[in-house]
Write a protein that binds this ligand. Structure first.
Ligand code: GLY
Length: 388
């Protein structure tokens, strides 16, 4: 079998999680390679890029909150370092988030979320409907109240992905632009991967960072297969013409009839509207129903959106895990580490994931903040039924 030069670390998957892992590993002096047919692709091409540790807090996810906050705190330095390393603007915007309620039920739900946020020591301010509209005049007149969270920021995930590709290349990461088909295992240890062309890429350690596809690499022993599944999200992109700017000053979100809808305004005039949550396997079809529901809910929140050009519709796959938290660190197979299962928080968790994975690769130790997220927490065997 033809074989390419061996590396210290081989990252399988060139989405933002694989890229940040490779970049940080290379910065630690590890000879690092990455395999992906299109580095910089994946769910980041669809994601809205909210850094929403506080407004996306869910009951029962307090442990994940700690990791989310740790990553949010790192974002300013991380973004500055990445921009410095690449010369690329990331669209990082600290303009905050407003989560609003449209009826009495939504308001009660938001009040409970606010109480949880306060109990968790988070910065979140309750506003009346009138105060919400003063901040965001385009909001519907019926808004009943809301939460102002200035600490929940945003970044443009497409720019983030492109910058991470450049940063990896500049740090000496070897890019294999092809598919990893099978994990190579010898004497009960991962030794690299075999590509679709049949080339073996050898490595001391393999990091599986394949997003929603992470459970599909052939050759991974049953007990080490990550229990991730695809969770579809449909997302729209609209454009705010200059004459309407600023249409929104910050991210605006709500739960409408039980579904989350958010509007993320970028400085360049893009307005991202997301997202559906659908358990349909590996399906990335944009449906009339998905677009209709997003536009209907977004219109209830901000009626003026119907005036804006609709410039893109797209669906992506979040890598869902059984507890909605990522899998970070050594798997049940020697030499195989996981960096996957980030579900709704991949963009937010990018800085901390890079640091955690580089630390464990360089020292063999999972840092304390990442220990609750060891893949070993699920026990074995973990394979989920995945559609072919
Ligand atoms: N974090 C936003 C989403 O997953 O839709």
């Amino acid at each position: 079998m033809p074989s390419a030069r061996s590396s210290d670390v081989l990252v399988v998957g060139g989405g933002i999680i694989g890229l940040v892992t490779a970049w940080r590993a290379a910065q630690r002096g590890l000879a690092t390679a990455l395999v992906d047919p299109e580095p910089g692709g994946g769910a980041a091409q669809v994601a809205a890029g909210m850094l929403a540790a506080v407004t996306e807090l869910h009951f029962g996810e307090e442990t994940l909150l700690g990791l989310n906050l740790a990553s949010a705190r790192r974002y300013p330095d991380f973004a500055a370092e990445l921009t410095e390393a690449t010369g690329q603007d990331l669209g990082y915007r600290r303009s905050g988030t407003l989560a609003v309620a449209l009826d009495a039920d939504d308001r009660a739900h938001l009040r409970e979320l606010h109480a949880l946020q306060v109990r968790s020591g988070l910065e979140s301010q309750w506003l009346s409907g009138r105060e919400c509209r003063r901040l965001e005049p385009m909001l519907a007149p019926g808004v009943r109240g809301g939460l102002r969270v200035d600490g929940d920021h945003q970044i443009d995930p497409r720019r983030l992905a492109a910058a991470l590709v450049t940063a990896c290349e500049r740090a000496g990461v070897v890019m294999h632009r092809t598919w990893a088909k099978r994990l190579a295992v010898a004497r009960e240890r991962a030794t690299g991967v075999v590509t679709t062309e049949g080339t073996e890429l050898g490595a001391e350690r393999v990091v599986l960072a394949g997003g929603s596809l992470s459970g599909r690499l052939e050759g991974v022993p049953e007990e080490a297969v990550p229990p991730v599944r695809p969770v579809k999200g449909q997302v729209l992109r609209l454009t705010v013409p200059r004459r309407y700017a600023p249409f929104l000053n910050r991210t605006v979100r709500a739960v409408v009839r039980g579904s989350h809808v958010y509007l993320v305004p970028r400085e360049n005039g893009e307005l991202v509207v997301g997202a559906t949550t659908e358990e349909l396997g590996f399906d990335t079809t944009v449906t009339a129903g998905g677009v209709y529901e997003l536009l209907r809910d977004a219109h209830e929140l901000v009626p003026g959106i119907t005036e804006l050009p609709l410039t893109e519709t797209r669906a992506g796959l979040r890598p869902g895990s059984p507890d909605n938290a990522p899998l970070l660190g050594p798997s049940a197979l020697d030499g195989l580490l996981l960096a996957t299962g980030h579900h709704r928080n991949g963009v937010l968790l990018t800085p901390v994931t890079g640091d955690v994975m580089a630390h464990v690769l360089a020292t063999g130790e999972l840092p304390a903040e990442a220990r609750p997220f060891t893949p070993l927490r699920f026990g074995a065997p973990a394979r989920t039924e995945l559609p072919v």
